[in-house]
Write a protein that binds this ligand. Sequence first.
Ligand SMILES: [Zn+2]
Length: 302
Amino acid sequence: MDPIQLSQFQSHLLKSKKIIALVGAGLSVSSGLPIIHGTQSLYKNFNSIDLSTPDAFYIDPSLVWQYHSYKRYQCLNASPNNGHIALSKLSQLEELAYLTITQNSDGLISDRIGHDKGKLIEIHGSVFDLKCTSFLCNYVERGNYVHPLTSALKGSEVECVSGSRKRKSELENDVALSPQFTPVKSIPEKELPLFPVCGELLRPGVVWFGESLSLNLISKIDNFIEDSDPSIDLILVIGTSGTVYPANSFIERVKLKGGKIAIFNIDIDDDIVQGKEGGVWGFKGDAAALLPIALKPLIGNI
Ligand SMILES: [Zn+2]
């Protein structure tokens, strides 16, 4: 970190009365979660994007639940890092108007690490939330960390069998060297997660491709930015390029309101890193390592 940039940032930080942290997938990388949103990763030979739509769930809830169970398991086994903890500490400062907006649905920022629940917005939902599919019911359960959710979903976390047990003569055939995918089970609907009260199928409480973001959450963020008592001083843009909607619109609005921007990411324009863009600081590297250093004047040592 450039010491001049850091000291300018920290003196603004200490004067700030209202701060937003906007978090993307880059913050969870050092917790062991790959950036998979929007990429062509595979689950048992299915494209993950194809398994993350309302249509896919409607057509084959068994397949989508198995994929989701695999993702939940990965998130359950990931540990929050010092960047997540630094934001939790910001949320605990009573004199600071503060909001964490995360684009991650991995549940790594939560009240489990002391983040104030009322100051956290998960705009893409959470893999640990469940929603009833019945339009009449609207039941939502938050923060369910049970795994597997039903006994039929047991084993769904195993994506492939590594290490073939075939005899040597068979191994010479190169087909035997490729990973063996455990087959996708066909689970009857009554053995998938159901809401006992109405008896209908539950679905993952995440925002899938092709679905709208919650208008309630968006307007909560809008109000937080627009409300000028106190006015917004700073937005921390963490582990995300911030160029995609709605992240870009939040950053633009903070700028219009006179707030400053601090970016913590692996990839930042050189001009920003060198302090050539007014009102924007750029700290290039692993956000999980940089945040505790940058925020130390407010949160102390982690
Ligand atoms: Zn229901």
